[in-house]
Design a protein. Structure first.
Length: 668
């Protein structure tokens, strides 16, 4: 397997400089190349500004920003790419220019160097004809702004090797991206429906149906987006939308470039967007909404027809890459098949486009939990990164099904559970809780918790070895899932904790019970009362996880290596500080801990006051319930007893509906 440590980026414009920044932030050495040094320097200046903004917003420290800058080396010579393990092309969308560049790169880099194109629309297989080793060539289509946007489309060409794909998949993982796999078709997956969405907005405008501002407003409401199509084109460049649409024209009349888009691009002017002078009448709004939805649904069904990607990946791409509140498949399922087909047929008739057969695929159950065998290991992955892999009824049911399948695999002795993206599992789906609280159906919350507990109990009691690999945010129900494993491994970026009492509830999936089996009652109370989040090393020192593991070891485990053959970084959990904290929280009642008059010689006054202020800010009803559950230690099903009381409280509604916002709980 190709090991990537040094990355070349060709093109120091907006996309290329953002990619260079992101790769360097994640620890890779970067060679940034453009045809003139002034262009390279401008790109590096752009990176410096972005890093300064990140420091100001406390996204990262000044030291981390300096280290990122130090990893980037600029050059105007392609010859400096010879040291690179991966080269990513990020120049303007011109087929001939890209082919000429790939031919030149192929003469410079080593035979095992991977070369990738960031093209948004050209065929990867056609571009591969220009390079000497097409088996080492693929598409890596990143999305604006590439230093922040987690989405990337991975597109193999006809000759791309399986080894190359595996290497770039791991590279995407190591650079904090959420990839979706796409077949090599013009526009791939996301631009295939997003660019026609922009184009259709222009058609509506040039037909005189509404102003640019009115169309933007309707689209923002209909698609749950912060910017309408015209504002988006202004932000990214009208010519980019035009050139992207032009590459799709060969797909049929539906994809013909709108005259207004061509004229605006040729003038190289942004759209004039004026807020509507009067409220948009409902008939006009409906006309805009139905046309725009119909185009998206029709194109997405074509994508499914052509098997470019899955329905799950379409939603993931829209939510992560485009920042839509709901993906197109989710919208289709919400509207129902008859209404979706009506909207699609209207558009298909208008543009004389065949009606796709795969519309039915949008309405079959979507698979969010996968099972893959690797040697004697069964790898279960929760794959809903757009929702941070949050637990809801569907995820839990599929987790149970995949676990049962893994247990039935002959010759498989280890079941590994992990998550896709930047989270292992970031708790339960809060929207589900709110829906049931507001609907007066708290019994459904209790039933969901009981079903989830039953599945967690099966995992806990499995005769096979269960390993939880924590790859990112591991909060609430996610940490409770991990605690069912025999072995908990934390990757370097893992962060874990119990934030529930800060949103009006308590851990109800075994958190009050299984945690104390690992770290004792005192540290269990500390984690639940304070809601403090701990990183991988701290969790290992506490004994909450068994060891830390570097990414390279995780890749070996995922490829089938036995856990014992690896060399995880074991951290000594015999830490005097955590022993003292555990003793303090275990020896004193909640009331005494937050009593201003109580003094404790074993705890520094400033640390005690920090704990007190944090605990006082939590929901009192949830705290009292958690204290009783930990002290009584009657088993996981005891956590069901207090759910009706806690979820009926005003504090629960306030906390769950105000996540991320500071609130004052009243104890009611």
């Amino acid at each position: 397997m190709k090991t990537i440590t040094t990355v070349g980026v060709v093109g120091a414009g907006t996309m290329g400089s953002a990619l260079a920044q992101k790769f360097a932030q994640e620890g890779f050495d970067v060679v940034l190349v453009d045809r003139a040094m002034r262009l390279v320097e401008r790109g590096i200046e752009s990176i410096a500004r972005m890093l300064e903004q990140g420091v100001e917003r406390r996204v990262f420290t000044a030291a981390a920003a300096d280290a990122t800058r130090a990893r980037i080396r600029g050059s105007e010579s392609l010859d400096n790419l010879v040291a690179c393990d991966l080269v990513v092309e990020a120049i303007f969308e011109d087929f001939i220019a890209k082919c000429d560049l790939f031919a030149a790169i192929g003469r410079i880099v080593h035979a095992d160097t991977i070369v990738a194109t960031n093209t948004s629309s050209f065929s990867v297989s056609e571009l591969a004809h220009a390079i000497s080793h097409p088996e080492r060539f693929c598409g890596l289509h990143y999305f604006y702004h590439a230093a922040k946007n987690r989405l990337v489309e991975i597109i193999p060409g006809e000759k791309t090797s399986a080894e190359t794909l595996r290497a770039v998949e791991r590279f995407c993982w190591m650079t904090g991206k959420d990839p979706i796999a796409c077949r090599d078709r013009h526009g791939f997956a996301i631009n295939r429906f997003f660019v026609p969405w922009l184009n259709e907005a222009v058609r509506l405008h040039q037909e005189g149906i509404a102003s640019t501002g009115a169309i933007d407003q309707v689209c923002m409401r209909a698609f749950g987006v912060g910017m309408g199509p015209f504002a988006l084109m202004n932000a990214t460049g009208v010519p980019i939308a035009y050139h992207s649409q032009r590459t799709l024209e060969k797909l049929g009349t539906l994809y013909a470039v709108a005259d207004g888009l061509r004229a605006q691009a040729e003038a190289n002017e942004p759209w004039s967007i004026d807020p509507p002078a009067h409220p948009i009448d409902e008939a006009t709004a409906k006309r805009i909404r139905e046309r725009m939805l119909g185009v998206v649904f029709l194109v997405c069904s074509q994508i499914l027809d052509e098997e470019i990607c899955t329905a799950v990946e379409l939603d993931r791409g829209a939510r992560i890459g485009l920042q839509w509140q709901q993906g197109p498949i989710g919208m289709m399922r919400a509207l129902g098949r008859p209404e979706v087909e009506r909207l699609m047929r209207t558009v298909a008739t208008r543009y004389q486009t065949p009606f796709p057969h795969a519309v039915a695929d949008a309405f079959v159950p979507l698979r969010y939990v996968s099972l893959r065998r690797a040697g004697a290991n069964a790898i279960i992955t929760v794959e809903r990164p757009e929702a941070l892999n949050a637990l809801d009824e569907t995820i839990v049911e599929q987790l149970g099904d995949r676990f049962d399948e893994a247990e039935r695999l002959d010759g498989c002795d280890t079941i590994v559970i992990t998550g896709a993206g930047k989270a292992f599992v970031a708790g339960a789906d809060i929207s589900m809780f709110l829906e049931n609280i507001r609907g007066g159906t708290i019994d459904r919350i209790v039933a969901f918790t009981a079903r989830t507990q039953a599945i967690f109990d099966r995992i806990d009691r499995s005769a096979k070895r269960v390993v939880a690999v924590l790859n990112g945010l591991t909060l609430g129900g996610g940490l409770e899932l991990a605690l069912c494993a025999d072995t908990i491994i934390a990757l370097p970026g893992a962060v874990m904790g119990f934030p529930e009492t800060g949103i009006g509830i308590y851990p109800g999936l075994g958190g009050t019970q299984r945690t104390q089996k690992r770290v004792g009652k005192g540290l269990t109370k500390y984690l639940i009362y304070t809601g403090d989040l701990v990183d991988a090393r701290t969790a290992a020192q506490m004994g909450l996880v068994d060891a830390m593991m570097p990414a390279t070891a995780w890749f070996e485990l995922a490829d089938g290596a036995a856990l014992e053959s690896l060399a995880p970084l074991v951290v000594n959990n015999d830490d005097a500080r955590w022993q003292a904290i555990g003793t303090f929280f275990g020896a004193h009642s909640l009331d005494r801990q937050i009593d201003d008059g109580a003094r404790f010689t074993a705890i520094a006054p400033e640390e005690l006051e920090r704990w007190r202020s944090r605990v006082r800010a939590k929901a009192p009803i949830a705290l009292r319930a958690a204290e009783r559950l930990v002290d009584e230690a009657r088993g996981c099903d005891s956590e069901l007893e207090y759910l009706p009381t806690v979820f009926s409280s005003s504090d629960a509604l306030l906390g769950l509906s105000s996540v991320g916002t500071k609130v004052v709980f009243t104890g009611n």
